[in-house]
Design a protein around this ligand. Structure first.
Ligand code: PAF
Length: 280
């Protein structure tokens, strides 16, 4: 496995792999790799001849009061995990190379970015879409793998590739959970033991949403109310949003008469966590 920092070197390696007729899989990450990321890597390994994992804490997707500076940076252990996962290249460019002086071109996906995470974190999806477009141009993957935990991000990336005729497949990969249900996230590392316990309210409230739906309740507001009540009973939790939306467009819906997503953002202490489930 190779660890590459230079964009030019990465492009050269990709040209070589393409020349050999290899299919290329990209797993874009911000590092601090956990079992969820490694599931994406495993899937890419199965489906592609040449696997690249990008590790780049992308400054443009963090708001001024967000955790960019404290976001975990663990390149050495990330590289070891990638090596064990059969990755061919870890690509970890510098912020200065990705955003050199004078950089001022942005990918602004409308529609699914206007609500929820887009509203709570202005500019976030512009940063995500822009860095993904750049990574797609550098690595030229046939397939790129994204976890469904960042549900809205996945819809934004899918829309960007459709709207801009990008010639790659976006492969969604199911959320990986701890045994007790907590969705894996690099931000779980911020939780102390009391907060870790409290964080289970996210997956429990999604279980409740699924049970309520399965028992025949198809009114979106009724399901949302039950979820909100459960979260309100956890003293360390503060709801940022709970939404029941069309699973593809993310438009809010009244009756669940088509696939719907329940999306949550909840602060546990000072850590903001997201989770979701699809009702179908
Ligand atoms: O999901 C993430 O880790 C990031 O948003 C991504 C897709 C790597 C872009 O920086």
């Amino acid at each position: 496995m190779r660890l590459i920092h230079s964009i030019d070197e990465m492009c050269g390696i990709i040209s070589g792999a393409r020349h050999e007729g290899k299919t290329i899989g990209l797993v874009p990450t911000m590092g601090a790799l956990h079992a969820g990321h490694l599931t994406l890597v495993g899937r890419a390994r199965q489906e592609c001849d040449f696997v690249v994992v990008s590790v780049f804490v992308n400054p443009t997707q963090f708001g001024p009061s967000e955790d960019f500076h404290k976001y975990p940076r663990t390149l050495e252990s990330d590289s070891r995990k990638c090596e064990s996962g059969g990755v061919d290249v870890v690509f970890s460019p510098s912020a200065g190379d990705m955003y050199p002086e004078g950089f001022d071109t942005w990918v602004d996906v409308k529609g699914p970015t206007d609500v929820l995470e887009g509203q709570s974190r202005p500019g976030h999806f512009r940063g995500v879409a822009t860095v993904c477009a750049k990574l797609f141009n550098i690595v030229e993957p046939d397939r790129a793998y994204f976890g469904t935990k960042d549900y809205q991000q996945l819809q934004v990336i899918k829309k960007m590739t459709r709207d801009l005729n990008m010639r790659l497949e976006i492969v969604p990969v199911e959320i990986v959970r701890e045994r007790d249900g907590l969705a894996m996230s690099s931000r779980n590392a911020y939780l102390d033991s009391r907060e870790r316990e409290a964080a289970l309210v996210l997956s429990r409230s999604l279980d409740l949403a699924r049970q309520t739906f399965a028992s025949g309740e198809h009114n979106a507001k009724a399901i949302k109310t039950r979820v909100l009540n459960l979260i309100a009973a956890e003293p360390l939790a503060r709801v940022d949003y709970v939404a029941v939306v069309d699973a593809e467009t993310l438009d809010s819906i009244e009756t669940i008469d088509r696939p719907a997503a329940v999306l949550l953002a909840v602060r546990i202490g000072s850590t903001r966590l997201i989770d979701n489930t699809v009702l179908d």
